[in-house]
Design a binder for this molecule. Sequence first.
Ligand SMILES: Cc1cc2nc3c(=O)[nH]c(=O)nc-3n(C[C@H](O)[C@H](O)[C@H](O)COP(=O)(O)OP(=O)(O)OC[C@H]3O[C@@H](n4cnc5c(N)ncnc54)[C@H](O)[C@@H]3O)c2cc1C
Length: 296
Amino acid sequence: MYDIKETYRAHSIEEALALLEGHPGAVLVNGGTDVMIRMKEGKLTDAVLISIMDVPEIIGISLRENGDIAIGAGTCFQDIYHNEVIRGAVPALAHAANQVGSPQIRHVATIGGNLCNGAVSADSVPILLAMNAELELAGAQGTRRVALTQFHTGPGKTVLQKGRELLTTIVIPKEEYAGRYGSYIKFGQRNAMEIATLGAAVCLKLQANKTRLEDIRIAFSVAGPTPLRCAKTEAALKGMALTGDMVKALRQGVIQEVQPRDSWRASKQLRLQLVKELGERALRQAAEEAGGTIHD
Ligand SMILES: Cc1cc2nc3c(=O)[nH]c(=O)nc-3n(C[C@H](O)[C@H](O)[C@H](O)COP(=O)(O)OP(=O)(O)OC[C@H]3O[C@@H](n4cnc5c(N)ncnc54)[C@H](O)[C@@H]3O)c2cc1C
């Protein structure tokens, strides 16, 4: 059932990169909650696995000297959910972490695996997209930094050079979370052990008098071939007063920017409806978090 040829265990980033170089075609594995499923389904055979679950440099959450939040790619969702830095600065990410699978899954599934798997339904992605998160990728030539908005290239595809690079850190720059408030809403057919039918995230900043939007980012999962941002709607909403017109502009704008499809989980029509409803709810939640009141 699990067609494994060889397994290796790295204890540092350097060792993981050396193992990758020495074993072309090898697959990195952390929690294994995606990799094991691929093997069980026969999509990964004769597997050479390199475990990175014992690489301490990529585990844990810290505040850098400049105030940026650094989340190690090997941090599991349970630890993200309980982390004080995340709960204080980006509570919507703590909430998103708690939406993944079940308690058993959240204890082993990592945020790095969630991103590198490239799934359009990944629960950690919409709020990180809305927060303008950045990714640090380590390779033989050194480390490069990629904006999450540039990471996904197609269904299950990312700019990560598989077999040559390791995602080490997810960075939320200070200017992207300070004074901003976020919200993530997942729609599934049941409350647990459920891949998102659609997910919506909003991150916004209000003007000082809290009656107008200074800035807003809107992101969706399962609303196109990759997780996506609605840049035109974001631009249109900037500076708008917190009124029913703003909500209407969001509802009308976002459906022009998404491209959902029919699947066995939901029809395109249902997803379009969810884009409007969840988008509005995420906007209302984030505005409330920010201390604003929407006058309908
Ligand atoms: C029962 C069940 C329920 C689930 N429910 C949800 C859900 O509700 N929401 C959701 O979003 N997901 C869900 N998932 C999917 C899965 O749990 C997540 O995608 C998980 O976060 C993957 O992390 P992992 O550490 O297990 O990754 P792994 O399976 O170890 O790896 C996944 C992929 O990422 C690569 N990879 C892992 N870490 C790195 C790294 N640091 N650098 C480079 N490449 C890396 C691997 O090579 C592999 O291609 C569920 C899975 C199961 C089995």
